[in-house]
Design a protein. Structure first.
Length: 328
């Protein structure tokens, strides 16, 4: 195996920080130790009200790990990922180790390119059907990472889950602590390195709709718009539960999101029912028998919107040893 150039690791980490996270909180830290990348949970950036058990934060860190893996694969490097590798270090969520050379595939390169285009689209989607072949591709993406995609419109769970989304949204809007936490992550400067900038919010919804998008991410300066009546909603699940499953679910989720981006689809999250205890328990019961539901994705065709900024790699990286330079 020829040794990787250090720039390959720089690119992998630049990809990692493009992962999604609740309110763009970016709850991750990385340690580069030789040719190993460690992914750590940053407890200081876990949402205390919406995510007290750090479930969503671990999903985000799993997504960051997958971005790094995709970048290395596209560069021709095979990578082995161990999740929750040290029982005594619960915040060490994943370790990425190189495992020889591999020939990058078109899919590797498409996913790596999609990393820098993928973003949460909080605006209305077009009234276009997602093709059956694309829906199958998203399911396959999750399966490759040990996850599962369940489309609500074909599972008989659509109306029950969307009712929970609306209930959770109402509970959050009436919770001063939740509203204050959300407001603390809103940004007026599009160049802010974290949080949700105004430019990335959506218009207030007009008329009735199947689900409530997060009201706190609506921009009152925009004219109200009608959102799609029956959006494609997909749950990402794993068969097992716990912190390890949450990290792996984040990897599956990100594979789905990048596959959707590469196919020209827009995506956003319906996180509300995961963030209130009353609806979280009900959601678990709805998916009982299938596994643990970790997130709900809204999928469709949308108009291009701006990406949000991220902290620099230097802000989230500790170097213990520099990778060896490429042999000539």
């Amino acid at each position: 195996m020829s040794r990787p150039h250090p720039m390959m690791f720089e690119q992998a980490l630049a990809s990692a920080v493009r992962a999604p996270s609740p309110h763009n909180s970016q709850p991750w830290r990385f340690v580069l130790d030789g040719e190993t990348i460690q992914v750590w949970l940053d407890r200081a950036r876990v949402l205390g009200v919406a995510d007290p058990l750090a479930r969503e934060a671990r999903l985000s860190c799993g997504a960051a790990a997958f971005n790094a893996v995709v970048s290395l694969r596209a560069a021709g490097l095979a990578t082995v990922v161990r999740t929750i590798p040290e029982p005594g270090e619960p915040d060490l969520l994943a370790v990425l180790r190189l495992d020889g050379n591999r020939k990058s595939t078109r899919s590797d390169r498409d996913l790596a390119e999609a990393v820098f285009r993928r973003h949460t689209n909080r605006r209305p989607f077009e009234a276009r059907l997602v093709p059956p072949a694309t829906r199958v591709a998203l399911k396959s993406a999750a399966l490759q990472e040990g996850g599962q995609v369940e489309y609500l419109d074909t599972s008989g769970r659509y109306s029950t889950v969307t009712a929970l989304v609306r209930r959770a949204e109402a509970l959050q809007e009436n919770d001063p602590a939740f509203r204050a936490e959300t407001a603390s992550w809103l940004r007026h400067d599009a160049r802010a390195p974290d949080g949700v900038p105004t430019i990335a919010t959506g218009p207030p919804p007009y008329g009735t709709r199947a689900v409530s998008l997060r009201a706190s991410h609506a921009n009152p300066a925009l004219p109200p718009r009608e959102f799609e009546q029956d959006p494609v909603l997909a749950a990402v699940l794993t068969r097992d539960r716990g912190p390890d499953a949450e990290v792996r679910a984040g990897m599956a989720m990100q594979h789905v999101l990048l596959t959707a981006t590469a196919a020209g689809l827009a995506t956003s999250f319906l996180s509300q029912p995961f963030e209130t205890p009353q609806t979280r328990d009900a959601l678990d019961r709805i998916f009982d028998g299938l596994g643990q539901a970790h997130t709900l994705l809204r999928v469709g065709y949308g108009q291009p919107t701006a990406t949000t900024a991220r902290r620099s790699v230097a802000d989230v990286l500790t170097r213990r040893a520099t990778p060896d330079v490429l042999t000539r």
